[in-house]
Design a protein around this ligand. Structure first.
Ligand SMILES: [Fe+2]
Ligand SMILES: [Fe+2]
Length: 353
């Protein structure tokens, strides 16, 4: 389902296999896994060079049913940054992708993966996270810290590209929007978590420490090699998908701490509205599944951006337009300005045909 279309090998995958062979890593299963995973991340990269008939996300009427409570939280979610509204089938597809891992290809990939692994294990230690039967308390502050930091790289990358476009007097090729949408999406994850949990003073201190320490690091790396930051974020998102998959599995499993604490909880209004959660899918568990799907998307986006030349066209623009179009359909009667913008987008598309 996503990334969409394009099934042939490309140079990124070939380089990956060549690197694996050079390193003489023998197990054939490992090589096959590398091929499959890197192919997934690089499929979308190919779209940057060849406009295609990318299939719009299929969204059923049931899946898009409005929460009926549309007038709250507009202050924290602009309709210009339209998030993807996941269908049930798309969520299932992203859950299935939770074991996908990008295999490092170039030296900076190995360095970023090494740093990510170190941070991941330190983070597990600090938050008291264990894979088997984690406690609700250990997950609560883990998610707050994770989501507060996850909103940093997209915004920073967007700022760099914005200033570069101003300096160079050239187009950005549409990447700024994708990165801003990612940052907005992560902040909505955080705000959703804050509706469910309380942040202690220690958690708030860690949030500040994570932002103060990691932001200068990311800025320094971005100045030297922007692709390395996207690769780093890709690896970060892999761990986020892994964490959310484990949480979802435990909430669904009777007898676990997370099932006892969370299985009966309703999703907060902010989540119901943001993801347009349909009636019958408005539990906290359903919100967690949507966060998992978002993280899987960030993983694919960042690995794709890491594999693209910096001046390549954004292969995700069509998805943004589809998301916007569907939102405009939902709100056309209430928000005439959205409908006018939708018409402008359609006119633009027609003109390009
Ligand atoms: Fe997130
Ligand atoms: Fe994410």
């Amino acid at each position: 389902m996503m990334p969409r279309t394009v099934m042939s090998l490309n140079p990124v995958v070939c380089r990956s296999l060549q690197t694996i062979r050079r390193l003489q890593v023998p197990p054939i299963a490992w090589q096959v896994q590398a091929l499959q995973c890197n192919r997934r991340f690089s499929q979308v990269a190919k779209l940057a060079h060849k406009p295609t008939d990318v299939t719009p996300a299929s969204t059923s009427a049931t899946d898009n049913q409005s929460s009926g409570n549309d007038d709250i939280h507009y202050d924290d979610h602009s309709w210009r940054q339209q998030n993807h509204i996941w269908t049930t089938a798309e969520i299932a597809d992203r859950i299935k992708s939770s074991s996908y891992k990008h295999q490092p290809v170039v030296a900076s990939d190995y360095i970023m993966k090494g740093i990510m692994n170190m941070l991941y294990h330190s983070f597990n230690l600090i938050t008291g996270y264990k894979h088997d039967n984690p406690s609700a308390g250990s997950i609560e502050w883990r998610l707050i810290i994770l989501e507060s930091f996850a909103g940093v790289p997209g915004f920073m990358g967007a700022a760099f590209r914005h200033f570069h476009s101003l300096r160079s007097l050239e187009h950005d090729q549409g990447m700024i929007f994708t990165l801003l949408e990612e940052a907005e999406n992560e902040r909505m994850h955080l705000l959703t978590c804050m509706e469910m949990f309380n942040a202690s003073k220690a958690t708030r201190a860690l949030v500040v420490a994570a932002q103060m320490s990691m932001t200068p690091f990311l800025i320094a790396v971005y100045l030297v090699k922007p692709a390395a930051v996207h690769r780093f974020v890709g690896y970060l998102e892999e761990t986020a998908v892994q964490t959310y998959s484990n949480i979802v599995a435990h909430v669904e499993k009777p007898g676990t701490d997370l099932h006892t604490a969370w299985a009966a909880l309703d999703a907060p209004d902010i989540a119901v509205q943001y993801w347009q959660m349909p009636v019958g899918q408005r539990k906290w568990l359903d919100a967690l599944k949507r966060m998992l799907a978002d993280e899987a998307h960030h993983r694919d986006v960042n690995h794709t951006l890491a594999s693209l030349p910096p001046d390549a066209k954004n292969p995700f623009i069509k998805e943004h337009m589809d998301d916007f179009s569907q939102a405009a359909d939902r709100h056309a009667l209430k928000r005439s300005s959205e409908a006018r913008l939708k018409a402008a987008l359609q006119a633009y598309n027609e003109e390009k045909k």
